[in-house]
Design a protein around this ligand. Structure first.
Ligand SMILES: *Cc1c(COP(=O)(O)O)cnc(C)c1O
Length: 416
């Protein structure tokens, strides 16, 4: 489907161009000009994951990548499980953290890396390519792992010094080779600004072959629509079309949100015909969007540090796409989307409550559970997205629960 720069709709680009450039002129985001729903959502939900994901991404990408090639890219990018785990009677946890960097960002980063590598290969790969990205922690790890060792591609990652956990930092700063990392004496928003500034410099952009692997890249975003379908598929397997529809219409997703890429992907899935009931975007005290939805005023405040530091963002850079989905693409956002802000104290309480119920969540996922559990209506079913493995945020968990969290192999390998 055709893509436009949402700041300048006359700028129409191919999927390849949108992925390679990352951002359009005037730092505008690329997004779909229109969205045709998938014709056969029920059949897709009954199909296996690889068939389904190939159909979804093929529908979005169009004929720029052949179906066989796309299928191979998806098979190698999404080669880890996505379990949907019952947590209480009406609430499930969708665990998105079983990839190499233990956070959901592996989905987007790995798919995008395969898109870029494929486009480079097709073009002879003689030009330099530098992935320049800002991270509040998990993006850096996912991007570093996705590009580490890729011939001809450099990855450069900026992050706010002292504002990400030590283990988190080691997960991407200890790779070396073609991955270079910089600690910036400021917050994430500043890192993001530096990246945008670099992209606004045409000389720099061309000389280095700059590409941002941030969640602003359309390749990352579309990859994330797949797990919304996967979540539903696991719930409706074997059900009739009618039963499947009834379950879908009662389903509420809750997404721990920072830059709002994950929520955008969920809304994109909705626009593609996955007609779940509604989605709650849960933020920490950096509550620009909840305040905006309540008042209509866009009024970002200075970014605050919280126990959910991957969401310490006060100027969410994907939000213009959410607005596009409402304004240009016809989603009834007033009905489908709500947002709320959860305090650190509530997040700690949520960690404890979940743990008592037998589920160990990371703080971001616990925050989403809290928002969902408090807002689920009696006739609804809920699913909260678990965006990181609990061991990535050891300090917060050990502090709130007074337990030792065993390290998974990926973290054990870098801890010293
Ligand atoms: C990036 C991240 C988020 C926020 O996702 P967005 O798409 O930026 O809203 C939430 N939780 C974790 C663990 C993350 O790494």
């Amino acid at each position: 489907m055709a893509l436009i720069n949402i700041k300048n709709p006359a700028e129409r680009v191919s999927f390849r161009e949108a992925v390679v450039r990352g951002l359009g002129s005037a730092q505008g985001l690329f997004f779909f000009e229109s969205i045709q729903p998938l014709p056969n959502v029920y059949e897709l939900l009954q199909a296996d994951s690889l068939e389904r994901n190939t159909a979804i991404l093929g529908h979005l990408v169009g004929d720029e990548i052949s179906a066989d090639r796309l299928k191979a890219m998806i098979a190698s990018a999404f080669d880890f499980p996505v379990p949907c785990v019952p947590v209480s009677g009406r609430i499930d946890a969708l665990e998105l953290f079983h990839g190499p960097s233990l956070a959901f960002k592996d989905f987007g980063a790995r798919f995008m890396a395969r898109c870029l590598a494929g486009f480079r290969e097709a073009e002879g790969a003689n030009t330099p390519m530098t992935i320049l990205t800002a991270t509040s922690g998990d993006t850096g790890a996912a991007v570093a792992h996705a590009y580490h060792g890729q011939p001809g591609i450099r990855a450069v990652i900026l992050y706010p010094r002292g504002k990400i956990s030590p283990l988190q930092e080691k997960l991407f700063c200890a790779l070396g080779d073609n991955v270079t990392t910089f600690a910036v004496d400021s917050d994430f928003d500043r890192c993001q600004q530096l990246v945008k500034q670099a992209f606004d410099d045409p000389g720099l952009r061309d000389d280095l072959g700059l590409n941002s692997a941030n969640s602003i890249n359309i390749a990352r975003l579309i990859a994330q629509t797949c797990y919304y379908f996967e979540a539903v598929a696991q719930k409706v397997r074997g059900l009739s079309e009618k039963e499947s529809g009834a379950l879908l219409h009662s389903l509420v997703f809750c997404v721990p949100s920072g830059n709002f890429g994950n929520v955008t992907a969920g809304l994109l899935a909705r626009a593609l015909g996955l007609s779940y009931k509604r989605v709650i975007a849960a933020t920490n005290r950096n509550d620009t969007v909840p305040r905006f939805l309540a008042s209509g005023n866009w009024d970002p405040r200075p970014t605050m540090a919280t126990v959910t530091n991957a969401m310490d963002i006060s100027q969410p850079n994907n939000f213009p796409r959410v607005q596009e989905l409402g304004e240009r693409l016809g989603l009834d956002l007033a009905r489908i989307l709500s947002a709320c802000s959860i305090s650190d104290e509530e997040t700690r309480e949520a960690l404890r409550a979940l743990y008592v119920d037998g589920y160990l969540a990371d703080p971001h996922s616990a925050l989403a559970w809290k928002a969902l559990a408090g807002r689920l209506e009696p006739d609804e079913r809920g699913m909260f997205l678990c965006t990181a493995h609990p061991a990535k945020f050891l300090e917060v968990i050990q502090d709130a629960l007074e337990i030792e969290v065993p390290l998974p192999p990926a973290l054990e390998a870098v801890k010293d």
